[in-house]
Design a protein around this ligand. Structure first.
Ligand code: NAD
Length: 483
């Protein structure tokens, strides 16, 4: 599908979706293709009045949606899955255009995003609870779960489809209604998902989408509204802290999927070819702009030379380019500011003694930054403490396991980690001592709709996906029954 038709199909000029209606606004904002810097669309920008109108619609729709049968909600989500797979070309085109990731990554994201609809269509009917006798024998205890209420969902630009469906699917399965604020960089994909849900039979008002440039005003309005009982946020730790403070005022139930600083550990007996393959995925998927991206590489000194040589060769051979070229393997960063930030991290590391051991070539136009391998990185270098969010791989060598783990855990983040080792027992011994929510063992990817996604420490609160992802949108209620 060509970009213009893909964009026109989501009607960005009427980009605020409230109560099943597509609304235009007095103000619009520009969405840019990061690979070309050209304008893709002018999208309606909501203010506080439409933020409130979205909550009105969600609150009005709540009672009816919460009381539909689990089977009805399940079948609507299943229909959304089928429609999303059928619309994969459209979604891939939009993700490529507004996010910039290569076609292969965008298509993989469209499928991954659709899988949340399938997974939660299956979970929607597995309503769990319990029935028991109180210890003193005086009462029967019945435990059940109910939808938490209107849920405010706030998503980032790096996975414009999957971060939305990872929240919408469990919310709808639980019986919640939603107001979604997509990132201003990538609202078009969210609008396409809203259309799919409408076609799947989601009633008006159950999913409302509010693109805006006034993020803090919109989300602040939601968090101050008594009818909003849940906030589910994916984004940076800094913004997560702000939203947690706002949520505290009304004690709003909060799920937070925040930043990461994933270590990638290679042991002395690891299969270096497999480790490099894993490193390429863990580092360069989405140009390193993933919360789970490997951020720092700890390679045992026994295999350091071999790892650096092979990793460097793979990086030098990467095809960096726009998604319009199907052979592109790495796309641009999201904007000029991101390029500048990552460049500063590289030059800071070089000033601290690091060596640029490999890079690849990049196009002249667009927000591209060359994938870069840094060696001779000092264990206390600033680049190891920051979330790089770009295609830069700093490598440090290690010898002593206790020392390694002290360095690996010396971060306020605890989202993902990777361990490559020839012996599973050794890998587990290291993995179990890493303070992170997810550890990839001999693989460079951890995301899976059926697995609990989330982090420890300042990487977040709660989990998405799996069974637990549904509970994030439920309250537990129990009945104490005298017989
Ligand atoms: P961001 O925090 O800048 O923005 C995320 C969302 O919050 C966007 O919709 C943005 O418009 C909105 N926002 C920004 N400031 C706000 C405010 N003051 N009030 C209300 N809303 C506000 O993050 P980003 O740059 O879009 O995404 C990158 C970050 O997201 C990285 O730190 C990455 O690690 C993290 N991330 C985490 C996960 C995860 O699952 N843990 C997944 C993807 C991205």
């Amino acid at each position: 599908m060509d970009i213009q038709s893909a964009v026109a199909a989501v009607d960005p000029g009427h980009g605020v979706r409230v109560g099943g209606r597509a609304l235009a606004t007095a103000h619009t904002f520009t969405v840019t293709d990061p690979a070309t810097t050209s304008t893709l669309a002018e999208v309606s920008s909501a203010g506080a009045d439409l933020a409130t109108a979205a909550v009105d619609a969600a609150a009005d729709a709540f009672t009816a949606w919460a009381s539909t049968s689990p089977r009805t909600r399940s079948e609507i989500l299943r229909a959304a899955y089928e429609l999303m797979i059928g619309d994969a070309d459209h979604l891939t085109t939009l993700i490529c255009a507004e996010n910039g990731k290569p076609q292969s990554d965008a298509r993989a994201e469209a499928t991954y995003a659709a899988e949340f609809f399938r997974w939660f269509s299956e979970e929607a009917v597995r309503t769990d609870g319990s029935y028991g006798l109180s210890p003193a024998g005086a009462a029967r205890t019945v435990v059940t779960h109910r939808p938490v209420g209107v849920a405010a969902l706030v998503t980032p630009w790096n996975f414009p489809a999957a971060m939305a469906t990872r929240k919408i699917a469990p919310a709808l399965a639980a019986g919640c209604t939603t107001v979604l604020k997509p990132a201003r960089e990538t609202p078009l994909t969210a609008l396409a998902i809203a259309q799919i849900l409408q076609r799947a039979g989601v009633p008006d008002g159950v999913v409302n989408v509010v693109p805006t440039t006034a993020s803090s005003e919109i989300v602040g309005t939601w968090l101050a509204d008594d009818r909003v009982r849940k906030v589910s946020f994916t984004g940076s730790t800094g913004v997560g802290r702000v939203l947690l403070r706002q949520a505290a005022d009304r004690v709003v139930n909060a799920s937070m999927e925040l930043g990461g600083n994933a270590p990638f550990v290679v042991t002395s007996d690891a299969d270096v070819t497999a480790a490099v393959d894993g490193a390429m995925i863990a580092k360069f998927r989405g140009s390193g702009q993933a919360c789970t991206a490997a951020n720092r590489f700890y390679v045992h000194s026994a295999v350091m030379d071999e790892f650096v040589e092979r990793f460097g060769a793979a990086i030098a051979a990467l095809r960096v380019g726009p998604a319009s070229d199907p052979a592109s393997e790495v796309g641009p960063l999201i904007n000029a500011h991101a390029v500048e930030t990552v460049q500063q991290l590289i030059s800071g590391a070089v000033q601290e003694g690091a060596t640029v051991a490999a890079t690849s070539s990049i196009p002249d136009r667009g927000f591209f930054l060359a994938p870069t391998l840094l060696t001779d990185v000092q264990p206390d270098a600033a680049i190891l403490a920051e979330e790089i969010f770009g295609p830069v791989a700093p490598v440090v060598s290690w010898n002593d396991e206790d020392d390694l783990l002290a360095q690996v855990n010396n971060t306020e983040y605890g989202l993902a980690a990777y361990v490559f080792s020839g012996r599973l027992q050794d890998a587990l011994h290291i993995a179990e001592r890493i303070d992170a929510g997810m550890v990839g063992i001999n693989r460079g990817i951890v995301s899976d709709p059926s697995a609990p996604f989330g982090g420890t420490k300042q990487s977040g609160l709660g989990r998405e996906g799996a069974r637990i992802g549904l509970h994030e949108f439920q309250e537990t209620q129990y009945f104490s029954i005298q017989d």
